[in-house]
Design a protein around this ligand. Structure first.
Ligand code: PEP
Ligand code: MN
Length: 365
């Protein structure tokens, strides 16, 4: 596969760490003008200006974006700040109108990335067009879907690609609006050599406080830029009011971030904190997988009970033990560790099934 073009080669004069800022939604020409004015006054002009024109809202009845008209207002950005602009597209009609208005970079939102039909429709509309596309991670932590959307773009000839890490929805963990699951962007970077990932702390945190901490973590993990929602009057914003910051605050955040420290040179406690966060997340995943495994074991137990089979079957055990140990050794886990781990898991499985047998109503022969 030929390599895709990195941000510096998009022909827009962009560099990394790439700073993208602008409102969640374009609301009025006056709003765009005021934001640009304050960015300029604060000397905090981003490299790329964002604004949503079509807003994918979770529930109907919220502000759904100003539509194509808003793209005309983006001229203000070019005029006042002389920087490229980016907006979200969710279908072929959006693509058509974004191209008509010469939007420089497109992004695909989290609610679209989950849907291969929609992503393919966008890809077809972009066949043969030379424009950079950034793909936000899907709502759910599914690396395949994220990669799939990037691949669909690449397959129609879009070679100017980047990803955006905006976190993943989680039914239980409400510390974040969208949980960062740092292992996901890191995996993406490992799987797709050279893929740059921009962090979007605004949609991860969902509040104004905490943006700096997430943005710093993103830089510590080696991500390649930040997208921060910025509005001249955040409290009065028509969408995502709680998480937007003023250009003044944006500047404070950007100035407080330590961009220059590559992972290896990071202060030991900072690095340790981030690595521990990654381990916490991996342990959560490990527990989820064990829970799933035992649920299947319980189903097998039921089946054995119904068919009057013994819980322990030595042939199967031998095969499990041997094949898993071999696989583990290939992954550089020691044979001793693999055997102990498998014994432990197997013992628990057998105990559960035996308990099921003891407690269940006898099955008639
Ligand atoms: C946005 O960037 O305003 C947006 C809708 O983001 P996401 O797709 O990450 O929810
Ligand atoms: Mn938003």
């Amino acid at each position: 596969m030929k390599p895709h073009k990195q941000i510096k080669d998009w022909g827009l004069g962009l560099t990394t760490p790439l700073i993208i800022a602008g409102p969640c939604s374009a609301e009025t020409p006056e709003q765009i003008e005021q934001i640009c004015k304050e960015m300029k006054e604060e000397n905090m002009v981003p490299q790329l200006f964002r604004a949503g024109i079509w807003k994918p809202r979770t529930r109907p009845g919220s502000f759904e974006g100003v539509g194509e008209e808003g793209l005309k207002w983006m001229e203000i950005v070019r005029h006042q700040l002389n920087i490229p602009i980016t907006t979200e597209v969710g279908n072929a009609a959006h693509v058509e109108s974004a191209l008509k208005h010469k939007v420089d970079v497109l992004w695909i939102g989290a609610r679209t990335t989950v849907n291969p039909f929609a992503v393919q429709e966008i890809a077809e509309a972009l066949r043969g067009v030379d424009i950079p596309v950034m793909i936000k991670n899907p709502m759910n932590p599914d690396l395949e879907l994220w990669m799939g959307a990037l691949e669909r773009m690449y397959a129609v000839g879009i070679d100017k690609l980047a990803a955006i890490h905006r976190g993943f929805s989680d039914a239980y963990d409400k510390r974040y609006r969208n949980k960062p699951n740092w292992s996901m962007p890191i995996h993406l970077k490992r799987e797709w050599t050279g893929m740059e990932v921009i962090n979007d702390p605004s949609h991860i945190v969902g509040r104004r406080d905490g943006l700096l901490e997430v943005a710093q973590s993103a830089m510590n993990f080696g991500l390649d830029g930040l997208m921060i929602e910025t509005h001249h009057n955040p409290d009065k914003a028509w969408s995502d009011a709680k998480q937007q910051v003023t250009p003044k605050r944006l500047k404070e955040i950007i100035l407080s971030i330590d961009f220059k420290t590559p992972l290896e040179n990071m202060k030991p406690d900072e690095r340790l904190q981030d690595l521990r966060r990654a381990v916490d997340h991996l342990d959560d995943q490990l527990l989820d997988i064990l829970q799933e495994r035992f649920a299947v074991i319980d189903q097998i137990g039921n089946h054995k009970r119904e068919h009057h089979l013994t819980v322990f079957q030595s042939d199967r055990w031998k095969e499990v033990m041997e094949s898993r140990t071999q696989k583990g050794v290939k992954k550089h886990l020691s044979e001793k560790f693999m055997k102990e781990l498998l014994y432990c898991i197997h013992e628990e499985s057998v105990k559960r099934q035996e308990k099921q047998l003891r407690e269940a109503e006898p099955v008639k022969k």
